[in-house]
Design a protein around this ligand. Structure first.
Ligand code: HEM
Length: 415
């Protein structure tokens, strides 16, 4: 199997030794602090990842890889790797949602579901979803921001993501409560995802966690039974129905969207802002707006909000000098693999060997990739749409969270 080591200049120094630069703590240092505040073991795992090219076996954890080509080879090989057995996220969900997950998440039903849901998030529908869900709130936020007010971008990101969920799923919500209602939706998604916390080494859930998770899923998708027939084609429920998905598939997909697309997207939004400021790259982007697409892609690469992807080995396989045995586990260290290419740069071209590893690869490649990109593009407009740079006033890292993220990131226009 090919290894990307020879394709990427060694950047061990930069990955391991964040240094101070002219903007205060370096972008790299903030990212490291953010990761360790979220999960103290993450920086160690990333450090071990430097030795996992192509692979390393870690006692108690199983195999890890931080080599982009090996990572993609693992994620695109359903004959040897699965996310359904113990160690994979499908195994978690099957305990919560039921045995149908085995068909829909990775079995023949998954292929069918992905084929039919391919058109859900295209570049075009995603821009429309963002505009539909966010325009009002973003315009209000932007007006205040451009007038010189301070803005907590981390909080706003959670509110916006909550609004997206409400809009996509047609979730009933008391709009008169304003941001608070959407924050609550975000927190419900967080609650569901937190069930996966502490499962890095073990995906068997205790009965009490299963009961809590089922109750949360019901809160989020219970309305779908009644809404299914009449849901508007603007919502995911209506689109799923129009694409021929059953109620069960629609509920399963909606749960997945909540879990996969809330914390990850909010994390990327505030971290993109921090990178733009910490590296000073916002100034180059303001000068050359043709780099917007790169700026978004780079934010996804450097933040890699889903830093680990787990799989189980289905059948024995040899990779280079290593033999992986059926039943063992492997973790793809996406953050490390993606960060080997270097610092955040708005003019960095597409990196062929990494492709979009921050969105995974193969049959489970993120379904919401275009939506995430459209969301980040909208946040760029909020931040520098008027051609004036911003500064970070203060920041707080999220503690003990599944997806590393800023708890608070106060920004304001530079004076
Ligand atoms: C920056 C934001 C995001 C990142 C970094 C991200 C990352 C990922 C990754 C790494 C996977 C693959 C997991 C695996 O192979 O086990 C995935 C799957 C998925 N993502 Fe995303 N995601 C993001 C946003 C979104 C959004 C906004 C949505 C939709 C609202 C979404 C929906 C999904 C779904 C449905 C899957 C499961 C696909 C399948 O199993 O076939 N994601 N995402």
């Amino acid at each position: 199997m090919p290894v990307a080591e020879d394709l990427i200049a060694p950047t061990r120094e930069r990955v391991l030794n964040p240094v101070l630069d002219g903007f205060g703590l370096s972008a790299r240092a903030h990212e490291h602090r953010l990761l360790s505040a979220a999960r103290p073991a993450l920086p160690y795992l990333n450090w071990l990842g430097m030795l996992a090219r192509p692979l390393l076996k870690v006692p108690g954890l199983g195999w890890i890889t931080a080599d982009p080509l090996t990572a993609r080879a693992v994620l695109t090989d359903p004959d040897h790797f699965t996310l359904l057995s113990e160690g994979g996220v499908g195994h978690l969900w099957a305990q919560i949602l039921g045995d149908w997950v085995y068909d829909l998440f990775d079995g023949p039903g998954h292929h069918d579901l992905r084929t039919r849901s391919r058109e859900l998030f295209t570049e075009k529908t995603s821009v429309a979803f963002v505009s539909h869900a966010w325009d009002g709130r973003l315009d209000a936020g932007r007006a205040q921001f451009e007038a010189g007010e301070e803005l907590d971008l981390a909080d706003l990101s959670r509110v916006l993501v909550g609004q997206m969920v409400v809009s996509l799923l047609g979730l009933p919500v008391d709009r008169s409560r304003g941001d608070a209602a959407y924050r609550e939706i975000f927190e419900t998604g967080e609650e569901l995802a937190s069930i996966a916390l502490g499962t890095t080494a073990d995906t068997v859930l205790p009965p009490e966690k299963i009961a809590i998770a089922r109750e949360v899923v019901e809160r989020l998708t219970g309305h779908i039974d009644a809404a299914f027939e009449s849901a508007s084609g603007d919502t995911i429920i209506g689109r799923c129905r129009d694409l021929g998905l059953s109620v069960t598939e629609t509920k399963g997909l909606s749960t997945l969207l909540m879990v996969a697309g809330t914390e990850t997207a909010a994390s990327a939004m505030a971290r993109m802002a921090a990178l733009l400021y910490d590296t000073g790259e916002q100034h180059r982007l303001i000068e050359n707006s043709a780099w917007r697409e790169n700026a978004v892609r780079e934010a996804l690469r450097v933040t890699s909000p889903a830093p680990l992807i787990g799989r189980s080995v289905l059948a024995d396989l040899t990779i280079g000098k290593h033999t992986l045995k059926a039943g063992e586990r492997i973790m793809v260290l996406t953050w490390t693999a993606n960060n080997l290419a270097g610092e955040y740069r708005v003019d960095r071209p597409y990196i062929p060997q990494n492709r979009q590893l921050w969105f995974g690869a193969g049959r489970h490649l993120c379904l919401g990739g275009p939506l995430a990109r459209a969301e980040l593009d909208a946040v760029l407009t909020l931040l520098i749409g008027d051609g004036r740079p911003f500064e970070i006033v203060s920041r707080e890292y999220g503690k003990r969270v599944l997806i590393p993220a800023y708890r608070s990131l106060i920004v304001r226009k530079q004076r």
